[in-house]
Unconditional design. Structure first.
Length: 66
């Protein structure tokens, strides 16, 4: 199963395989649906490699194959 992550609003909300994940007022990532283990792992990798990387001016769509 591949996981596709698409930015909606940089640093605020992203689409992970048709599920929207967003940052709340406290700075925690939340999702209206439970993500699978692969989806959570892929988003954690995306967060550490893209979201937290100050060199990225605009976040890109990423696909993780698993």
């Amino acid at each position: 199963m591949s996981v596709k992550i698409k930015p909606i609003t940089d640093h605020e909300s992203y689409q992970v395989n048709e599920h929207t994940i967003f940052k709340d007022r406290l700075g925690n990532w939340n999702c209206t649906h439970d993500l699978s283990q692969k989806e959570r792992l892929a988003f954690n990798r995306y967060e550490s490699m893209v979201i937290k990387n100050l060199r990225f001016k605009k976040h890109t769509t990423a696909t993780y194959k698993g």
